[in-house]
Design a protein around this ligand. Structure first.
Ligand code: ACO
Length: 321
């Protein structure tokens, strides 16, 4: 049997912490509104740290935990929608920084589902090829892509990075099932234009590219699609939802997690939340939440990881700790 196990986890956050009260001095909002509508109390914001630097630090921690040498990493995939450069890939910069000189490297863009999409790609490649040790990172510096005068988005997002190392194993299989999906009809509900979408022949005003979002429609999509996707993955694995010990969802909104818990008829205490501390860190949120959750995970625990976001994309993965 060829199985996959997790041998290392890492997390890195920027130093600066920005509270709701501090944001309320910049836009017409309040700590009360942000807390009750989203569950967010503060977030980390990069002032000097770049996406690949955060990703590198998270990768180094995961590598240390795995006991592997950097040269043993065969593949690096970074899920991000806020890379420092379109070329080279963030993954190439991370591999260079950590000394993963034999790794194949690329980035993947699937927004807040990015970590699950990257895990699906990594695991498929591990099953079909000789790749033995694969580093998957979710890393974002979304604070540089925000309109800090738009209260509908600037209160939600935060920066950070989380890393996981998957390893082939002949004895253990921790990854039971992954399902990913896209609804392109909703492709424009969350937008982040590229850095330069106009050339020198364009005569209009060139705007700084920032995130815009139809929050209500994305909320409706996530509270419908996420429970469906979780049920599908649990069914496929031959389990019942009651047998799942922990649910680690993309940390977009505490109310979304509570709604998914109600729809699945699962106590909301089984949903891991770190959104109060970090806000929505897009592709970084699931590996960071897994990292934070692990002190309460016991061997054999069944865990659902589920991401959703721009694209519209979603992805769910069942793993056994
Ligand atoms: N402070 C105070 N008031 C606000 C704020 C704010 N920060 N933002 C919006 N409001 C106001 C609105 O103007 C509106 O006022 P009105 O009724 O006078 O028009 C009112 O609050 C309600 O606005 P809604 O947009 O309906 O607020 P809602 O309860 O839906 O919360 C939110 C907004 C938090 C964005 C929510 O819709 C949400 O979480 N959506 C999902 C986002 C998501 O999951 N994204 C995931 C993917 S992100 C990615 O892929 C990168």
């Amino acid at each position: 049997m060829m199985g996959i196990r997790i041998v290392g986890l890492g997390k890195k956050l920027p130093e600066m912490c920005l509270t709701n009260d501090e944001i309320a001095t910049m836009v017409d909002t309040s700590d009360e509104w942000i807390k009750t509508r989203t569950g967010i109390e503060k977030r980390r914001v990069s002032v000097t740290e770049t996406t690949h630097q955060l990703a590198t630090q998270a990768a180094l921690e995961a590598l240390k935990e795995s006991g592997l040498e950097a040269e043993e990493i065969d593949l690096v995939i970074v899920a991000t929608v806020s890379p420092d450069t379109n070329m080279p890939s963030t993954a190439s910069l991370v591999a260079r920084n950590i000394g993963a000189v034999k790794a194949r490297c690329f980035d993947l863009s699937a927004a807040c589902s990015g970590f699950i999409f990257a895990s699906e790609v990594a695991i498929s490649m591990m099953k079909q090829s000789h790749y033995k040790n694969v580093l998957v990172i979710g890393a974002e510096v979304l604070s540089t892509r925000l309109d800090w005068s738009d209260r509908g988005t600037c209160v939600i997002f935060g920066d950070g990075a989380g890393a996981v190392i998957y390893q082939q194993s002949t004895e253990i299989n921790q990854i039971h099932c992954i399902e990913i999906g896209t609804d392109p009809e909703g492709a424009e509900l969350i937008l982040l234009p590229t850095q330069t979408e106009k050339n020198k022949f364009y005569e209009g005003e060139i705007k700084r590219p920032v995130i815009s979002m139809n929050g209500r429609q994305v909320y409706a999509f996530s509270t419908t699609k996420v429970p469906e996707s979780i049920k599908q993955v649990v069914d496929k694995s031959g389990l019942a939802v009651e047998e799942i010990d922990w649910f680690i969802l993309h940390q977009a909104n505490s109310r979304i997690m509570d709604s998914v818990a109600r729809k699945l008829n699962v106590p909301k205490e089984r949903f891991i939340k770190n959104i109060a501390e970090y806000g929505n860190t897009s592709a970084a949120s699931i590996p960071m939440a897994l990292y934070d959750a692990r002190k309460q995970l016991k061997p054999g625990d069944k865990i659902i990881l589920s991401g959703f976001g721009a694209g519209l994309t979603w992805g769910t993965m069942l793993l056994e700790w």
